[in-house]
Write a protein that binds this ligand. Structure first.
Ligand SMILES: Cc1cc2nc3c(=O)[nH]c(=O)nc-3n(C[C@H](O)[C@H](O)[C@H](O)COP(=O)(O)OP(=O)(O)OC[C@H]3O[C@@H](n4cnc5c(N)ncnc54)[C@H](O)[C@@H]3O)c2cc1C
Length: 461
């Protein structure tokens, strides 16, 4: 069967590319190949029985219809500065209207009406307070779908796409087929070849290593990437309430005094919970919040980005190395009271139980993060907590809990045109896997960009 367009991956990037291609009655033949499972089958076995996380061929939490975002917190970041790098490819006004377009689709399929971060006078006051204390507050507008609503929203999208496209699940694409400098299809792990006029690669972070290897194999240029290393911080929700009630996700930036490193908050979850994340042999930490059930705590990450200089060029291995050290010492994720870290002693179960913050992640080992996190990062993190304490007293409390480590990898960026086409004709690379996005909205928007270019070339617009 010959397709007009083949899409690899059914995360937000792939889904939005498909939606755009299939909208109206253009009669395009579209195939989506996904290595994970369909949305209803995506159940992590850890929820129901004691198994090793290594047991699954593909992680049900990260792979399948909806991609990594399916069980995410569903925070739709509506500010162009946040959640990706599309501003490198699209001028600001176009990016804003693209984000508005994507947001409308999410709302049509079930995202709630409320947007956080629209009280500009209150935001200005908080920005002023931040700048008086060595911090920069990036204004962000956020619509919060909530982990519990994400699945229904994705099921509705699934119905629409399934009515017009062919979907193949549990099948990974191994090879991009190229002929005379143009993409002509893909080969899957069972040896089957699928042919198409256009190929859109949307493999997410889950497939970024495959994409990097495949890009090298077909001669595409790769750009340099950083790695983000830090901790997840958990404290009473009341400490950040005056910020989270205005912006939901306060994005704060701080330049450390000792190293002049850029340090930032990331993924703030008001009244949320801290969770473990399994990244192919490595336990790291993350957080989310539900729209219906709330905890008394708020959590957020503090991250430091590092671009390594020549000759070192393995940021992912470096990040994994630090993460593995925490796993080695703590048999998983380590947690520590900030006061214990400041006093140079490990946390113990007794010290944690005497603390005023009850950890929401029960499956973490009380320990000492100073044995894991390099001095430079630790100094940056401690300095930022002090600065934050000046705008939100209580952040630097000895009862604040730190979990380590949180590591964020960037996928290797490919050299792309403004329409997100690779150096091979009719081959597009979008979403987190191609390094153009880092969140739901920009991943989705990147799908729209590629699809519109395909439609333009086919004369459909
Ligand atoms: C725990 C968690 C919470 C998050 N919370 C938020 C949030 O609140 N807000 C936000 O904006 N972002 C959030 N994110 C990030 C967000 O989920 C991603 O930015 C987004 O899903 C990226 O979309 P994507 O389509 O590029 O990739 P993905 O969503 O990763 O989808 C890629 C898909 O491609 C498939 N695939 C990979 N390789 C192949 C192959 N070779 N063959 C076939 N299929 C393949 C994968 O199985 C996957 O299903 C969160 C992520 C996680 C993990």
């Amino acid at each position: 069967m010959h397709y007009d367009v083949i899409i690899v991956g059914s995360g937000p990037a792939g889904i939005f590319a498909a939606l755009e291609l299939l909208s109206g009655d253009k009669g395009l033949k579209v195939l989506i190949i996904e290595k994970g499972m369909d949305i209803d089958e995506r159940v992590c076995p850890l929820k129901t029985r004691e198994v090793s996380c290594r047991a699954c061929r593909e992680c049900a939490l990260l792979s399948g219809w909806g991609g990594a975002g399916a069980f995410s917190d569903g925070k739709l970041n509506l500010s162009p500065e946040i959640g990706g790098f599309l501003s490198r490819y699209v001028v600001e006004d176009d990016l804003k209207s693209l984000i508005g377009y994507v947001d409308d689709v999410y709302r049509r399929y079930g995202a709630p009406d409320r947007v956080y971060g629209e009280d500009t006078s209150e935001l200005k006051r908080l920005q002023k307070l931040s700048s008086m204390n060595d911090l920069v507050l990036i204004p962000s507008r956020i619509r919060h779908i909530g982990t519990d609503r994400c699945k229904d929203l994705l099921k509705r999208l699934r119905e629409v796409v399934n009515a017009k496209a062919d979907l193949v699940f549990r099948m990974d694409v191994k090879k991009v087929l190229v002929n005379g400098g143009r993409a002509m299809g893909v080969r899957t792990s069972d040896g089957q070849e699928y042919y198409g006029d256009f190929v859109i690669l949307a493999p997410g972070r889950e497939g970024s290593r495959w994409l990097e290897a495949e890009a090298k194999a077909i001669g595409l240029s790769l750009l340099k990437n950083p790695v983000d290393i830090g901790v997840r911080v958990e404290l009473p929700a009341s400490v950040l309430e005056h910020l989270t009630s205005v912006t939901y996700e306060p994005k704060l930036i701080f330049y450390s005094k000792r190293f002049d490193d850029k340090v930032r908050t990331f993924c703030v979850n008001p009244h949320g919970e801290v969770v473990k994340e399994y990244l192919k042999g490595l336990w790291t930490v993350n957080g989310h919040s539900y729209s219906s059930s709330k905890t008394d705590n708020t959590n957020f990450a503090i991250l430091v980005s590092t671009y390594f200089t020549e000759p070192f060029d393995e940021p992912i291995s470096y990040g994994r190395y630090i993460g593995r050290l925490a796993n080695f010492l703590g048999q998983g994720v380590i947690l520590q009271r900030l006061g214990d870290l400041q006093l140079g002693r490990r946390s113990t179960p007794e010290r944690i139980s005497r603390g005023l913050v009850e950890p929401t992640l029960k499956d973490a080992t009380p320990g000492d993060l100073s044995f894991v996190i390099p001095y430079r990062y630790l100094t940056d993190i401690l300095e930022m907590l002090e600065a934050m304490d000046r705008i939100a007293p209580g952040v630097n409390s000895r009862h604040t809990i730190l979990y380590g480590v949180e590591v964020k990898f960037y996928s290797r960026q490919l050299k792309l045109s403004n329409a997100l086409e690779t150096e091979i004709g009719n081959l597009f690379a979008i979403g987190d896997g191609a390094g153009v996005s880092r969140g739901l909205v920009q991943a989705s928007a990147s799908g729209v960009i590629a699809a519109r270019e395909v439609l333009r070339r086919r004369g459909n617009v």
